[in-house]
Design a protein around this ligand. Structure first.
Ligand code: DC
Length: 221
């Protein structure tokens, strides 16, 4: 059977990651959370006090960062950092670190390698535009800021992290702003992406919709 790559892009908190994971499961594909790679890189920068404006420090840090996924959970130099990358501290820094050209080049090249054999669902901001511009299916997910903030609060609460709704919303809007206006591969909808507004959709419906689109691409001649 033909295998395809699926690019799922969109704003923070639209449910991309959980949706992508379920879509991958339904198709028996590999899921890659590209945001987790930027987050783990950010965590390394925080822990090692790397100055993002210092080019040589950035280049050296990138040489010391080794990322891999183990059972969908990201490892930073062999340590599982899946929970630590979701803290507010990382949230506050990640858009700044992921705006650095050298950081993006390194992440994009690792991501492209993962997609070489197809059968991948990757979610992020630039997957359909930069990482896999030839992806057979591109989806751009949106949702209102209030819905996104509520979802993120619930997700954090499930992990035992309590955050004020207003702080979460402010952080989401700030990240939208930085992600959409950065010089290096800003968040934009690819021309050939299908848009999915998830504000009023149940999780099952949004997953089902994407699986349906994927199947029609897989079976089309
Ligand atoms: O999807 P997320 O919220 O975990 O992503 C965290 C940050 O990483 C997001 O604010 C922007 C950045 N990011 C990016 O620049 N490009 C990607 N492909 C994925 C994430």
């Amino acid at each position: 059977m033909k295998r395809i790559n699926i690019a799922l892009d969109g704003y923070s908190g639209t449910g991309k990651s959980s949706t992508a994971r379920e879509v991958a499961k339904a198709l028996n594909y590999t899921y890659v959370d590209s945001g987790a790679m930027y987050r783990a890189t950010t965590l390394f920068f925080i822990r090692n006090d790397i100055d993002p404006r210092d080019h040589s420090q950035v280049v050296q840090a990138l040489k010391e960062i080794h990322l891999n996924f183990d059972d969908n959970e990201i490892n930073l130099n062999g340590e599982n950092v899946a929970s630590e990358i979701r803290t507010m501290k990382v949230n506050e820094m990640v858009s700044h670190i992921s705006a650095i050209k050298e950081v993006r080049q390194e992440m994009v090249s690792q991501q492209q390698e993962m997609g070489h054999f197809k059968g991948l669902v990757m979610d992020g901001r630039d997957i359909g535009t930069v990482v896999f511009p030839e992806a057979e299916l591109k989806v751009f997910m949106t949702a209102s800021a209030d819905v996104r903030a509520l979802r993120r609060q619930k997700e954090l609460a499930e992990k035992g992290i309590e955050e004020e709704l207003s702080a979460i919303k402010a952080n989401l809007l700030e990240r939208d702003q930085i992600d959409s206006n950065r010089k290096e591969s800003p968040l934009v909808k690819a021309e050939d992406a299908l848009e999915l507004d998830t504000s009023k959709l149940t999780f099952e419906t949004q997953v089902g919709k994407i699986v349906e689109w994927a199947k029609s691409r897989i079976y089309e001649s």
